[in-house]
Design a protein around this ligand. Sequence first.
Ligand SMILES: CC(C)(COP(=O)(O)OP(=O)(O)OC[C@H]1O[C@@H](n2cnc3c(N)ncnc32)[C@H](O)[C@@H]1OP(=O)(O)O)[C@@H](O)C(=O)NCCC(=O)NCCS
Length: 143
Amino acid sequence: MPDMTLTIRPYEDADEAVVADLWHTCNLVVPWNDPVSDIRAKLDVQREMFLVGTVDERVVASAMAGYDGHRGWVYYLAVHPDWSGRGFGQRLMERVETLLRAAGCPKINLQVRESNVDVIAFYERLGYTRDRVVSYGKRLDGR
Ligand SMILES: CC(C)(COP(=O)(O)OP(=O)(O)OC[C@H]1O[C@@H](n2cnc3c(N)ncnc32)[C@H](O)[C@@H]1OP(=O)(O)O)[C@@H](O)C(=O)NCCC(=O)NCCS
């Protein structure tokens, strides 16, 4: 019988295509971010904090984390819809928290679109609270 449990491990180079597909499937790909470029850029910076979740050795989930010396950030949390609702997202976030805590990180920040009420409910269930800040950004790559 196949093993349906989640295994969490660091991203490996052979995961590239399946992770990019996963992000498309989970609607995480926006026109201004190319998933393959984002994956390759991450491999130069704390690649050990880029995680995938597998079931029976197939990649079904991901999380990309990092610690900048002050705060930890999480991007590209994704669980394939065929595998949602089984605690996989929570398990990945707990692993991210363990890694960041071990690195000395005191707080995790993350950004969710205000319209993404499902994901807001998910993070609130995991104990995340809304900060009273407005998020600003400025592109440095001319895009
Ligand atoms: C958000 C996402 C990662 C959740 O993964 P998941 O594996 O389905 O979630 P889990 O099964 O681990 O849920 C953990 C807890 O959150 C709750 N939860 C999850 N989705 C929820 C929702 N839409 N509404 C309310 N609670 C929710 C679960 O009920 C569970 O709580 P419980 O233990 O009390 O039952 C997944 O739905 C996803 O990949 N979404 C699309 C990509 C995305 O938007 N990512 C976030 C980018 S910021």
